[in-house]
Design a protein around this ligand. Structure first.
Ligand SMILES: [Zn+2]
Length: 56
């Protein structure tokens, strides 16, 4: 899963009860629903670890 702006790697970042994907290069944060249609398998697996998360 890569950033739409700079192609940097996105990492899953948990903050309180929300989860975001954040670029490790430019630090742009994406809400899950923004990238839901483009999630790759690895990222989906990571997100499955956050079952209690509210995807806002
Ligand atoms: Zn980026």
């Amino acid at each position: 899963m890569n950033c739409k702006k700079c192609k940097g790697k996105l990492e899953v970042k948990r903050a309180c009860r929300r989860v975001r994907l954040r670029c490790t290069l430019c630090f742009k944060e994406y809400q899950i629903h923004e990238v839901a249609s483009e999630l790759d398998g690895d990222t989906e697996k990571l997100l499955e670890n956050y079952t209690a998360i509210i995807y806002d």
